[in-house]
Design a protein around this ligand. Structure first.
Ligand SMILES: [Zn+2]
Length: 368
């Protein structure tokens, strides 16, 4: 039986769980999951008893967290997509945004996982990258030269099953640091994609690392930046005012020559109150090492709780506001998805405990 959600009742008994909204570990009585969703959270000492046919996992001494979310991966670009998806799920990441694939690969993998044909995280899929000829998107992406072509490409991606659109507005970090005013995608082409997304009720995410491109994208109504942009303090405050989300990708982005600029900019964004969402650009980083980004977020100045919120509440809010994930993910409350990652140790003291999950549950089914 490999269906996407289990019919049996699963009970996570004992241990403690992370109330990510309150920011505290709470002693756990029993978390009850049925039909893929959390149906009850009982405190210790509750008189509630599981039905005789329920599967009970005794988790004394363990810490239960909501399944984590990575808002920037590429599962189908290189290697075996099925192995990539399985590694991601085993790492405790039960929801991902596949932020660019060729030939609707992300949407097809999403469907295979949703049907229970292969194990993997819940996928929110972008289509191709849409950018200009000679720009960063030319690698495997779709290039357009006119606003009409940009609209047609975006429409084709949505028609092929994309949940959201991805545009490429500037180059990589070294270029973005050296040429902050450089913009690859002309405003009318960017607007063509944004208009198409708006008309379809679908969000647009942007690869825009340089300041001018990041602000152009934010002013145009982009929902999230796919990487930490290199901005000054005024730029950071403008992103905050626009309610633009920033997907971190610190591990991969700070490995390059402009790493210090990225780190400095990240601090400004955090200080300005820009909502930070965890993303790795996995595919660049090996799949299944997504929790390394939690460590990078803490090294960059976030508290462990803030880093965990970037991978849960903040990411869930981004997807919820974008209308691309139906139902709650990212927290342990009645009605939310039955997705969990279980660890040894206290993640509020040391997020590295997430690098070695002892148990992963997706939609009420033990998957790793
Ligand atoms: Zn990427």
């Amino acid at each position: 039986h490999v269906g996407p959600s289990s019919d049996t009742t699963l009970v996570l008994s004992g241990g403690s769980y992370l109330d990510v909204r309150a920011g505290v570990l709470r002693p756990n009585g029993a978390i009850v999951v049925r039909g893929g969703r959390i149906v009850a959270v009982h405190a210790p000492g509750s008189t509630w008893q599981p039905a005789t046919d329920a599967r009970v996992l005794a988790l004394d001494g363990r810490t239960i967290l909501p399944g984590l979310i990575d808002a920037h991966v590429h599962l189908t670009l290189a290697g075996d997509p099925i192995a990539n998806a399985a590694a991601t799920l085993r790492a405790g990441f039960t929801t991902v945004v596949d932020l660019g694939s060729a030939a609707a690969g992300g949407a097809r993998l999403r469907e295979a996982i949703a049907r229970g044909q292969v194990p993997g995280p819940r996928i929110v899929a972008a289509g191709s990258w849409i950018g200009s000829k000679g720009g960063v998107c030319e690698f495997g992406g779709a290039t357009v030269a006119t606003a009409a072509a940009a609209r047609a490409r975006a429409q084709a991606d949505l028609g092929a099953g994309a949940d959201l659109l991805k545009v490429c507005v500037t180059g990589w970090a070294a270029d973005a640091a050296a040429f902050p005013d450089s913009v690859e995608l002309k405003p009318d082409l960017l607007n063509g994609v944004l208009e198409t997304g708006r008309a379809a009720g679908r969000p647009v995410f942007a690869h825009a690392i340089g300041q001018a491109g990041a602000l152009l994208a934010a002013d145009g109504g982009i929902r999230a930046l796919a990487h930490t942009p290199i901005v000054d303090s005024a730029g950071a405050h403008r992103l905050r005012a626009r309610r633009t989300y920033v997907i971190s990708t610190l591990v991969t982005l700070t490995a390059g020559p402009a790493g210090d600029r990225v780190r400095r900019s990240f601090r400004l964004l955090h200080e300005a109150g820009v909502p930070i969402v965890l993303g790795t650009d996995a595919g660049v980083l090996p799949h299944g090492r997504n929790a390394q980004e939690l460590v990078a977020l803490v090294e960059a100045g976030l508290s462990p709780l803030e880093a965990l919120r970037a991978a849960t509440l903040n990411a869930a809010r981004l997807l919820d506001e974008g209308g691309v994930v139906a139902g709650g993910v990212g927290e342990i409350v009645e009605g939310a998805a039955g997705d969990f990652v279980v660890v040894l140790g206290d993640p509020l003291r040391d997020v590295r405990v997430l690098e070695r999950p002892v148990l992963v549950v997706k939609a009420g089914r033990v998957v790793g």
